[in-house]
Design a protein around this ligand. Structure first.
Ligand code: 3UK
Length: 514
């Protein structure tokens, strides 16, 4: 078996090939070169050695997006230690659950989350050490080291891993159930680069990547680390919580060429008074995480003058496997299969749906799929079979091979005995000028039959008139799809990754407390 290490591919390669002085990261107006990152990676490796943290041990990273994240992520991987980036948007109890599950030896945490340290330690007796990346300023159960105290180190060697060895885990943020550790192999980052980043984005060393999605998401990890580092390009990192104004300022100052965001963020940007040339440096915007409504795709693309590429990825597949391309975008679809992946639709019995335009459960196969879930044999068997991943999404495929998202399997609505796609109805609702966001769920009426219910959030400074919106819907969709109830709310319940929690809305309707 060939020796291969993901960190060596992302980092050492550039230094070895004479690109050590290229800027790997721009963060808070400072440049970090590839050589600088490698020097910090050696510091991490020397410390891991000193603490007795070795191959296969886990390290939790609760870090903001900055050069220290890159050093710890790549430094652990370079030593065959397993980094587990965790969401900084979670609560202490959520992190504690994951820590108990992952049994880590070490946690590396930004000082602003230091209140989480003791609850995490309490939940995970396996933890032996804490590193706080800035001064912490209080006492903890385990006395923390600070990153500033970690000395510079001489060159450290690359662990002799192979492509199939576990490299890092990501905890999946499912909309139901408990988070699961998704185990990714050393080969997987490069696989997402060789497929999506190279062929769809045509990334090069001239690119400057700016992602609204943070590094702890699979989406952000690709956008802000694997893709720029794979290309010897520059990652533009922002440690703070992203707001439209902050990101606009970033775009103005740092001139990204590739911009990555969720559809919700695209909507929020459209709601600002940004100049039409605000994104002049950007050659493409990528959205993922949920379906991008056609109307938003067109408005953003037209206003800011560059292609907007919707693509679907998942934590289990590591990045995007169905996507629109720089040359062709078909609004309202996830585009076509990214070269290197295969996709198919299956019915309830597992048989392949071959006729075009018929809904089926989306399965995907490709070189970046996770090895499975940590200690979840049953869930692993349910999601991964014969090299295929069951995404849980319902899609159609057109005669010319464009794929359209209809919903996640459990969110699909049967109204009057006919399938209704919540995504489709939401697309119509959000195309109304008074509506910022919408969520559509199925709810049982007095007869016990499912009906379509829409929740809408008004755009800033606007008021949604339910009768007006209802009349608007009447003109734009088949009668059986039209929401029988429309509720105006201040906000929609969302997961840590920003996905609307339709199950929470269904529960609210059931208990009569919308
Ligand atoms: C949904 C989409 C329609 C879909 C992700 C890009 O979202 C990512 O990963 P997650 O594990 O969620 C996966 C699920 O989210 N979804 C994602 N993108 C789309 N649905 N259109 C889309 N464009 O249900 C999928 O199964 O959080 C996205 C790259 C890496 C990722 N991990």
């Amino acid at each position: 078996m060939d020796i291969y290490n993901a960190a060596e591919w992302m980092l050492d390669r550039h230094v070895a090939e004479g690109r050590g002085d290229a800027v790997a990261i721009r963060c808070q107006n400072r440049s970090t070169t590839y050589s600088d990152v490698l020097a910090d990676v050696w510091r991490v490796q020397a410390l891991l050695f000193e603490l007795g943290i070795s191959a296969g041990h886990r390290v939790l990273l609760v870090l903001n997006d900055d050069p220290v994240f890159a050093a710890w992520f790549l430094g652990t991987i370079r030593s065959a230690v397993i980094p587990i980036p965790l969401s900084t948007m979670l609560m202490a109890k959520d992190l504690a659950f994951i820590a108990a599950d992952a049994e880590p030896e070490l946690i590396v945490i930004s000082a602003e989350y230091s209140d989480f340290i003791d609850p995490i330690l309490a939940a995970a007796p396996s933890l032996r050490h804490v590193v706080v990346t800035e001064a912490a300023g209080r006492m903890f159960t385990i006395e923390p080291l600070t990153w500033a105290d970690v000395p510079t180190a001489a060159e450290c060697s690359v662990a002799a891993t192979t492509r199939d060895d576990a490299a890092f885990w990501l905890y999946s943020s499912g909309t139901t159930g408990m988070p699961k550790g998704v185990i990714h192999r050393h080969a997987n980052p490069q696989a997402t680069f060789d497929t999506y980043a190279s062929q769809v984005l045509r990334i090069s060393s001239d690119d400057r990547c700016l992602s609204v999605a943070k590094l702890f998401f699979a989406f952000g990890l690709g956008n802000s680390l694997t893709f720029p580092f794979g290309a010897g390009a520059t990652a533009l990192l922002e440690p703070r919580r992203p707001t439209p104004q902050l990101m606009l300022e970033h775009v103005r100052l740092e001139r990204p060429t590739l911009f990555f965001a969720s559809p919700g963020f695209v909507a929020a940007l459209l709601d600002t008074d940004a100049d039409d040339d605000a994104f002049a440096s950007v050659r493409a915007t990528v959205t993922a995480g949920e379906a991008l409504p056609a109307d938003l795709q067109r408005r953003f693309s037209e206003r800011f003058g560059h292609p907007v590429l919707d693509g679907i990825g998942s934590t289990e597949a590591l990045h995007i496997f169905l996507s629109n391309t720089l040359d062709t975008q078909r609004p309202g679809t996830s585009g076509t299969v990214v070269s290197g992946y295969s996709a198919r639709l299956c019915d309830d019995s597992g048989a392949e749906v071959v006729e075009p335009d018929r809904p089926g459960y989306l399965n995907v196969r490709g070189p970046s799929l996770a090895a499975g879930y940590w200690r979840r044999a049953e869930a692993s068997a349910a999601a991964f079979e014969d090299g295929w991943l069951r995404t849980g999404d319902v899609y159609t495929r057109s005669t010319d091979d464009h794929w359209t998202f209809l919903g996640r399997n459990t969110d699909m609505i049967k109204a009057g005995g006919i399938w209704v796609s919540p995504a489709e109805v939401e697309g119509v609702l959000v195309s109304h000028p008074d509506v910022l966001e919408a969520a559509v769920v199925g709810s049982r009426n007095d007869d016990g039959l499912e009906e379509v219910v829409g929740f809408v959030v008004a755009r800033a400074g606007r008021v949604v008139d339910v009768d007006v919106l209802n009349a608007y819907c009447r003109g734009l969709m088949a009668s059986f799809k039209r929401p029988r109830r429309l509720l105006v709310v201040n906000s929609l319940p969302k997961t840590a990754t920003g996905k609307i929690q339709r199950f929470a809305l269904r529960a609210q309707l059931e208990t009569g407390q919308p």
